[in-house]
Design a protein around this ligand. Structure first.
Ligand code: IPM
Ligand code: MG
Length: 362
């Protein structure tokens, strides 16, 4: 039996998680598994309940489970709190305390959604890229970070810092993944300006020597942002630091039709992985049963694949999602004419039902 920590979080978090649990229960039935779900609160929900976005008990719970599935955090009610107390702190602290240094964000297009992308069909047909984002260092965690007020002048600073071994281990993750994919790594940096990027490039080149069969390309981040729109099919694995990956993964998500489609896996070594959609808590549509749960459902698929070593089960989820889209069901963010617009919970139910229509499922 797999034990899964479930952290619905804020905004649309609870509804997209509910839809995803339906799908996981479908997997449990089809494949004769039993999943145990242990719920806890993080983010704004935890501020309300415990007075803090992430308490130690929740971290301990995550450590004791086989995997962690998270909805979303972020609540405008707490936007004015200092950084340390904001809901987003929960996710940053969870990543750091579980040592989840590798964030995998696969952007692949469901063919049925090709017309939902803002880009032309021929530009995005068959894109299949994976952002491998460093997640526990860089400017997100660098010290010092502070505000300095001197008279009328106020300064604020963050520190972009990388250590050689931090770059090496994330580069290794990227090269290992590329080996199982299309054997190409594009490493993203700003080495024409930043010292930390120059070390980044040096370390990536060093790791590349161990992977002679992988094609390595270095690309400045500004050019990468442009190339993702111009010719996204050139990319296989995009290796990035923490902040560049945050930015480029939203862009990559949009190529696939909607930010509501991009799943993510955060992995460390000898620690349970954290699986969450790459989008935020969308407070404007929270509680309306209109959010797209597919990014979370696909995160559950990544959880089965990378976290629980259930590959056929992971593939079944993907196929069931594809089938549901083929049947014309859409949430409003990916709706187009002649399709059937359905809500968050119904999307989960349709995917679950389709699990039993997949031929090879035992
Ligand atoms: C993401 C999110 C987070 C990040 C926020 C919520 C802290 O944007 O996972 O991409 O910046 O990493
Ligand atoms: Mg982001």
């Amino acid at each position: 039996m797999a034990k899964i920590a479930i952290l619905p979080g804020d905004g649309i978090g609870p509804e997209i998680i509910r839809a995803t649990i339906d799908v996981l229960e479908g997997i449990a039935t089809q494949f004769n598994h039993k999943f145990e779900y242990i719920y806890d609160d993080v983010g704004g929900a935890a501020i309300k309940k415990y007075g803090s976005p992430l308490i130690k008990k929740t971290i301990d719970l995550c450590r004791s489970c086989d995997a962690v599935l998270l909805g979303a955090v972020g609540d405008p009610a707490y936007d004015t709190l200092p950084a340390e107390q904001r809901p987003e702190k929960a996710i940053l602290q969870l990543r750091k305390s579980l040592g989840l240094f590798a964030n995998l964000r696969p952007a692949c297009l469901f063919n049925t959604l090709i017309d939902s992308s803002p880009l032309k069909r021929e530009t995005i047909a068959d894109i299949d890229l994976m952002v491998v984002r460093e997640l526990t260092s860089g400017i997100y965690f660098g010290e010092p970070r502070q505000r300095i007020a001197a008279g009328v002048e106020i300064k604020a600073l963050d520190t972009m810092i990388y250590t050689n071994w931090e770059i090496e281990r994330i580069a290794r993750t990227a090269f290992e993944l590329a080996q199982k994919r299309h054997k190409k790594v594009t490493s993203v940096d700003k080495a024409n300006v930043l010292e930390s990027s120059r070390l980044w490039r040096e370390m990536v080149n060093k790791v590349a020597k161990d992977y002679p069969e992988i094609e390595l390309q270095h690309m400045y981040v500004d050019n990468t942002a442009m190339q993702l729109i111009k010719n996204p099919r050139q990319f296989d694995v995009l290796l990035t630091g923490n902040m560049f990956g945050d930015i480029l993964s939203d862009e990559a998500a949009m190529l696939t039709g909607s930010l509501g489609m991009l799943a993510s896996a955060s992995l460390g070594s000898n620690t349970p992985g954290l699986f969450e959609p790459a989008h935020g808590s969308a407070p404007d549509i929270a509680g309306k049963n209109t959010a797209n749960p597919i990014a979370t459902i696909m995160s559950a698929s990544l959880m089965l694949d990378y976290g629980l070593h259930m590959k056929p089960e992971a593939a079944a989820i993907r196929q069931a999602v594809e089938m549901t889209l083929q049947q014309g069901y859409r949430t409003q963010d990916i709706f187009s004419k002649e399709m059937t617009c359905i809500g968050t919970i119904e999307m989960g139910q349709r995917v679950k039902e389709n699990l039993s229509n997949i031929p090879h499922v035992s």
